[in-house]
Design a protein around this ligand. Sequence first.
Ligand SMILES: [Zn+2]
Length: 363
Amino acid sequence: MTPGDLAPGKSSGDGEERVNRVESNYRFGALLDQERPVFILRSFLESKRIPHALLFTGPDGVGKRTAATVFSMALNCGEPNADSGIEPCGACRSCRLIRKDQHPDMHVLGSEGNGIRVAQVRELLSAISLKPMEARFRVIRIPDAQKLNLESGNALLKVIEEPPARTIFILSAPAAGDVLPTLTSRSQQIRFHPLSDTSVARLLSVITGVAPDPLSLPASLSGGSMRRALRLMDPEWQTLRNWLVPVLTGPDRNDPLRMLTVADRLAGDQARLSDALEIIESIYRDALVVLSRHTGIYNRDHGDAIAAMAAAVPSAIWLQRIEAVRSARKALESNAAMRLALEVMLLRCTSEESYEESSRGPV
Ligand SMILES: [Zn+2]
């Protein structure tokens, strides 16, 4: 594997990448709202007992990738901070190469399409069969560990069980349950949490140069994910949402004919389809949040419409609608007929009957 192959996994951490252009962010202290993960990572460094496989879990865009980079820098820094002896200097050769994803001993096993193939794992294993070139600790990041299948996971498992000297694996996934149990049981799990709106606003302001505003739409709709917050700043995303939310919360929301026209329009814009489904799910999720009297809805700017809509049907229906959106997402991932999947989804979302009572309703 050449340094050119060391590009970061494309499907993970776009938000962090943009935040990290600010060099001073490559410190443990720059990781916001992740006190516990930082405490655990620092304690590994302090005790000099480094587990050879770590599993970072948590949503996208909360700092998992930054933490992996800072930890890799700290493991290899030539001149760690004199006070703590742990915080990486950020300026030595090793720190600079790691930060720029150009260190010959830092590897990323990314996904190709929907999975990580066994051939990729074998290629990686042959690349790490020799001693590290210059690092004290070689680090192999697997940003989408949930995409390891049985075959590629087993190939990796063998090397995690008997790792080469001075080699550390950092797997990341949304949740431990998404990863093969054989891998989770051999990894030390570190849980990352969604960021507060205030932290998202602070990070956004680093990028935009505009004063932080926790009540801004991207901060309050981000669900604590920088990746999501950055997407929300995209004007096209905002246009899509400004159309969808009123349609799905408005008076025509239970009108099947109207929903078929919505399906039509969604099918016509494939590039934004996954965004659209995420927005739709967020609306139904908010309805459920309102009914369960919790605070923290995503679509705060449409709070009144969502509250009125939520009260019209019981929680079971909202759960059913969320399930309908998730089924459509899965169907689309497996290349099902797009328009049909969208129509089925939106028709299920107009039904006010519980499927148990009506033998699975309109599907
Ligand atoms: Zn350094």
